[in-house]
Design a binder for this molecule. Sequence first.
Ligand code: CA
Length: 221
Amino acid sequence: MRILVVEDEKDLADALARGLGRQGYAVDVAYDGDEALRVAEINEYDLLVLDLNLPKVDGMEVCRRVRSTGSSIGILMLTARTALGDRVEGLDQGADDYLVKPFHFPELLARVRAILRREGEQRQLILKVGDLVLDPNAHRVSVGDTLVSLTAKEFGILEYLMHNAGCVVSQEDLLEHVWSENANLFTQSIKVHINNLRKKLDAAGGEGLIATIKGKGYMIG
Ligand code: CA
């Protein structure tokens, strides 16, 4: 899952990016509304964490413009304002939820998860494909009774494949949804991560779970 954090307070933006990154999300940061609109157009994000008070183009306007393109991307608004009007307007402009500053990181994380869950009806709290189970909340993967220890990237790849179980996921899809903008975009590195992921799943008794669809990508389930 790929997230764009839009926040002009650099310390907060960077802390959020680090925290979300540790949870296995691919995170990019935009420090003003203009930049947010620019990168949101280029990259395919699953969620925006959007501050309301931003230079150049404010958060409300960013939200309005993103929604006007027909995008159903999840939007979590951050606001220092406590006025009811702003919150109502934010939701009217298409934000999925809002969080009033200051907030605790676990609360932001819970809301991010809730929005991502709501986004696709097929998305469930816990992902299951046969004996393979991935719990995004506990950040835990198991095959039958065997726990599988994965790196953040491996977890991100597996989560994306399981969200799209039964569908072919191309390397480009994985780059879009699992890697952030400043990552080294070598498809070779996807192969390495997939190989490592397969080895770990194999060792846990989940042989052949990830299929390679020649010339197209990967598929699970
Ligand atoms: Ca701000």
